[in-house]
Design a protein. Sequence first.
Length: 122
Amino acid sequence: MKIGIPVKENQGLESVPYNHFGTAPMFIIYNLENEELKVIGNNDLHHQHGMCQPMKALAGEQVDAILVGGIGAGALVKLQSQGIKVYKVANGSVSDNIDLLKRNELMEFSVKNSCDHHGCEH
C-alpha cells in the first residue's frame, strides 16, 4: 500500500502532515510494503481555488491513500473516483499517522466533512 502525505518541509517520517492537500508544497509517498520513502513537489501548487487536480499534484504517483489535515470536496471526489481513500490526520508526525492508519484509527473523509473554506477548522 502506498500512502501520500502532504507536508510543508521534508523531514522524512518526522515531517508534520500539512493542513490542506491543494496548497501543500510537497508530498511524502510512503510504501508500507518495502518502507520506501519518496518526496515529490506539488505539481499543481498554483491552481485557482476549487480547481485542484490531485493526480497532477501527485505527479502521477499512484497511491492507495492520502493522509491530510483538510481537503476540499472537489479534490476529495477526484481522489475517491480513482479509488484513493482520504483520511484526516491526527496530531503528530507522518510516522505517528502511518501507525494510526495501520491500526484503523484515522477517520476517513467524506464530502460532508471536507473543507469549504467557510468554517473549516484545519
